[in-house]
Design a protein around this ligand. Structure first.
Ligand code: LLP
Length: 420
């Protein structure tokens, strides 16, 4: 019997120590991915910067790891800013995104020293202008543009989605007004343009189209601006996913940008990207314990002690995953089985129709590549407790989020007579 090891630790030890369900992150894997990003994403023609899109998985320890590797941060809410501040993340390295940042969130950001804002629409730019004057604080603004390109894994659509809730069409009056507002302001400066064309992208030509589009806007400006290409690097959930190695993918982005700029005799100050999923996705594994096993006329079910509350992606996006019985790695996979969760929803399925060895109650199941948008989209539906998160490295494990306990479920509940 071969047992799955993560970070040089047999997973049954982790399950015993921390209980299941459990999110396990391989720190070394995250560090190696970040290093590959850093190796590939450099240029002699302009500066480069990698921001971690923390919505994929945000905890204080994760942000410490990101900071220790010298990456910046993409945040999208007051809550993400709060976590970053608690992690002592350098504020000058935080970029605040979002299509409807509230005035309170913007004030919170400015009062805490954030200076990079990715503004989504003209109204937001006007609010930022007013706030920057009120606080007498200089702010760098990137404008999020809708470049009319939408990438879907292996293909992309041009002039798609012009009605997206995100970003502005460069040619629109609203965008031109936003640019004028920044240029006329004493406190705002135009850092450049941002776009994000999708997630789980494998098709480099979609990125190239995005770059060409963004570069074409630069002709209207005398000073070199910066371009942020967004995130979206695809990862391997199943063997059907065939991403390029990260280093190669980002090298191609840099060289395509260099060529596009050279063709038009333009230059930029900085090129940014903001990967989320690709940094944490494959480094994360969820451990479950199998409870009951059931046969129906057309299905075999293995039921696990978590489900859509710790991973909503199969139910929400029909996302596919792979798994193993963690202590029976070498055994033949002879049973066609559906892994279902324990929540009161028929759609609470973790993996449909996969193959596994025969299992017994109490067996450990490892679901791979759950590191992105699993914990961050988890819920307490059915009053399920959020699992613990452990980081493992070189034979050592450390708990970075403790498993919830029942009392956590009542935090915030009041009797209705208290005045708040
Ligand atoms: N930048 C922007 C502006 C974004 O909107 C996103 C993701 C990213 C960067 C990071 O993209 P990534 O590298 O992680 O693909 N919940 C969905 C994914 C939503 C992505 C939203 N935006 C999922 O679980 O697949």
């Amino acid at each position: 019997m071969t047992e799955l090891m993560i970070g040089e630790i047999p997973v049954s030890q982790l399950a015993k120590k921390y209980q299941t369900p459990l999110y396990v992150y391989d720190e070394k894997k995250m560090e190696e991915t970040i290093k590959a990003f850093k190796r590939g994403f450099t240029s002699v023609h302009f500066q480069t910067k990698i921001l971690y899109a923390s919505k994929a998985f945000q905890t204080i320890e994760m942000l410490r790891l990101i900071d220790s590797q010298g990456l910046g941060l993409d945040v999208v809410s007051g809550g993400e800013i709060y976590t970053a501040l608690q992690a002592k993340f350098p504020v000058e390295n935080i970029y605040f995104h979002g299509n409807n940042k509230t005035v309170d969130e913007l004030r919170y950001a400015i009062e805490n020293g954030l200076s990079h804002f990715v503004a989504d629409n003209v109204m937001e730019v006007e609010v930022l202008e007013r706030l920057s004057r009120e606080y007498e604080q200089k702010l760098s603004i990137m404008l999020r543009l809708n470049v009319g390109i939408e990438a879907h894994t292996h293909e992309y659509i041009v002039t798609a989605h012009i009605d997206s809730k995100f970003g502005m069409l460069y040619e629109s009056e609203a965008c031109q007004q936003a640019i004028r507002c920044i240029q006329e302001s004493d406190y705002l400066s135009l850092e450049g343009f941002h776009a994000h064309i999708g997630s789980q992208i494998f098709d480099m030509t979609a990125w190239f189209a995005e770059i060409d589009q963004l570069v074409s806007y630069l002709q209207d400006f005398d000073q070199p601006l910066s371009l942020n290409l967004g995130g979206g690097f695809g990862i391997r959930y199943t063997t059907e996913d065939t991403p390029l190695p990260i280093e190669e993918a980002v090298e191609k982005l840099v060289s395509h940008t260099e060529e596009a700029l050279a063709k038009k005799k333009l230059s930029i100050k900085q090129l940014l990207i903001e990967p989320g999923r690709s940094i944490v996705g494959e480094a994360g594994t969820t451990l479950y314990t199998i409870g009951y096993i059931k046969e129906t006329p057309h299905q075999n079910y293995y039921f696990v002690d978590g489900g859509m509350t710790d991973n909503i992606r199969p139910a929400l996006y029909q996302a596919n995953y792979t798994c193993d019985l963690a202590k029976k790695l070498g055994e033949e996979k002879t049973v066609k089985v559906t892994i279902a969760g324990k929540m009161c929803e028929s759609g609470d399925v973790v993996i449909k129709n996969t193959f596994l060895p025969p299992a017994q109650t109490g067996d450990l199941l490892a679901v791979y590549a759950t590191g992105a948008y699993g914990y961050s989209m988890s819920s307490n539906y059915n009053r399920a407790l959020r699992p613990a998160v452990v980081f493992v490295k070189e034979g050592a494990s450390r708990l970075v989020v403790r498993r919830q306990e029942y009392a956590d479920l009542l935090r915030g509940e009041i009797n209705g007579t208290s005045q708040i």
